[in-house]
Ligand binder design. Structure first.
Ligand code: TYD
Ligand code: MG
Length: 457
């Protein structure tokens, strides 16, 4: 193995042969630090290639002749996790589980191990002692038959442990503590994170065993040693949530083996993470129905509809420039909605501060929540509450039209299932419903007409 010195940006992972004060890639200052890069000799890199992949030329095969192997997936039995993974764990895959410290990554991985007793899980810890793992496991009160634990941070030693037939599914917690001895920089540096992950990735592929890497997210919201890691791994799962709320959302930021739209919902409790299979009920359970400034929207998270409360607070501003704040919602989307409300409804929002918040610490990127956001804002502005059994669905266009949205049946079904009796939806979506089944449905064509019907005097 040969090593050479390079300079790596600790922010974006860009590497250069020479030092510079400013990273040529991301433009950050003073982030380039000296690191050693391992150059595998041609012989070593050929040795780590999987048996079915050689450097010699491959022959094309007929797609019809490829036998599909349904044994490739390991179901964890944690429905919320299996769904986000794309239908269980793919053998030989490498998954990065990222999230803020304390959000519950280690807990999730340990609970997964409890479900994998037949698969010989191996939990490698670089952060906690074996005693700490033991006490956490006892607190969870689960059956950990078959789980092996190893305190190790040397990635090469971990690969050795992975070769054992007693290691079937490997969890490395966390990748920031792992290192390769040949590299001089400290654990947690871009070079160490990248090289350790690359080594574990090769081992996952050659040994055909799935590996989970736990990674802490930096305050900028990226996983330390960031982009490089995302390129290496097959799947990136983000574990999110506000620490003050007990809900946790698991989403796939990248998935070679499934969709990136699915989310898993959990609740952190005294005895670990609980699956939330009816998220709408949970997110609506602390609703402030009857208060002005709140509206219920029906958003799609992957294939699941989710009813959530939107809260808005509109107050006269005491500054020259009014404040706007969006939590759980795209800021520019909020500005667009405010501009439409000013122009099409003549609302004088320019002299008001506007705060919008999605309840429960969720983040919604679905444009179908526009109408509900607008309604919450108008409701707070006028101090008129929206009738409690109302759900609003619709995207707002720049001319003030209510635009059709996708998956309308699922959204409406979910609202009806939870007892909502007034469902505002885009006129253009109405043709999806039979004449007989439209008693609760109120079609809306223009935002003015729609909002007058829910917050008009
Ligand atoms: P942890 O899984 O250690 O987070 P991470 O690995 O992402 O840093 O979760 C730690 C937090 O979860 C900690 O604040 C305590 C809390 N927790 C519970 O509330 N209940 C439990 O049963 C467990 C195990 C942890
Ligand atoms: Mg942890």
């Amino acid at each position: 193995m040969k090593t050479k010195t390079i300079y790596a940006c600790q922010n974006c992972g860009f590497t250069a042969p020479r030092w510079s004060g400013k990273c040529p890639s991301c433009g950050e200052w003073n982030t380039m630090t000296e690191e050693t890069q391992v150059k595998e000799s041609a012989a070593t890199s050929r040795r780590v290639l999987p048996e079915n992949r050689t450097t010699t030329r491959q022959k094309p095969v007929l797609l019809d002749e490829i036998v599909q192997n349904n044994e490739e997936r390991i179901m964890t039995g944690i429905v919320e996790l299996d769904r986000v993974l794309g239908g269980g764990i793919m053998r030989g895959s490498i998954t990065l589980v990222g999230g803020d410290p304390g959000i519950g990554k280690s807990t999730l991985m340990l609970q997964m191990c409890a479900r994998l007793s037949g698969e010989q899980p191996l939990y490698v810890t670089g952060e906690e002692s074996l005693q700490q793992i033991k006490s956490r496991a006892s607190r969870l009160g689960l059956d950990f038959t078959g789980l092996r634990v190893l305190a190790e941070t040397n990635a090469e030693e971990i690969v050795e442990a992975m070769r054992s037939p007693e290691a079937g599914v490997i969890i490395a917690d966390s990748i920031q503590t792992m290192f390769r001895p040949a590299i001089e920089s400290a654990p947690g540096s871009v070079a160490q994170v990248r090289e350790s992950a690359a080594l574990l990735m090769q081992a996952a592929k050659t040994l055909h065993k799935p590996v989970f890497l736990v990674g802490h997210v930096t305050k900028e919201g990226t996983i330390a040693g960031p982009k490089v890691l995302e390129h290496i791994v097959d799947t990136v799962l983000q574990f999110e949530g506000e620490r003050i709320y007990s809900y946790r959302i698991l989403r796939a930021a990248k998935n070679r083996y499934g969709s990136t739209n699915e989310i898993g919902v959990f609740e952190m409790s005294e005895d670990g993470l609980r699956e939330v299979s009816n998220p709408s009920e949970v997110f609506l359970s602390q609703r402030n129905a009857g208060e002005s400034g709140t509206a219920v929207v029906a958003a799609m998270e992957g294939s699941r509809p989710l009813l959530v409360e939107v809260q808005a607070l509109v107050t006269p501003t005491s500054y020259n420039v009014p404040q706007r704040s969006a939590t759980g919602l795209d800021y520019r989307r909020l500005q667009m909605i405010l501009a439409v409300l000013e122009k099409r409804l003549g609302l004088a929002l320019g002299k008001h501060d506007v705060f919008v918040n999605i309840a429960g610490g969720l983040r919604l990127d679905d444009p179908a929540v526009d109408l509900g956001v607008a309604a919450a804002i108008v409701s707070s502005f006028r101090d008129v509450a929206i009738q409690a059994e109302t759900v609003l669905i619709g995207e707002i266009g720049l001319t003030g039209e209510v635009r059709a949205v996708v998956s309308i049946e699922q959204r409406v079904n979910e609202a009806q299932k939870l007892g909502f009796t007034t469902i505002l939806l885009p006129e253009a979506n109405m043709k999806r419903f039979n004449k007989g089944s439209t008693t609760h449905l109120k079609p809306a064509e223009r935002i003015l007409q729609a909002l007058l019907s829910v917050v008009g005097e």
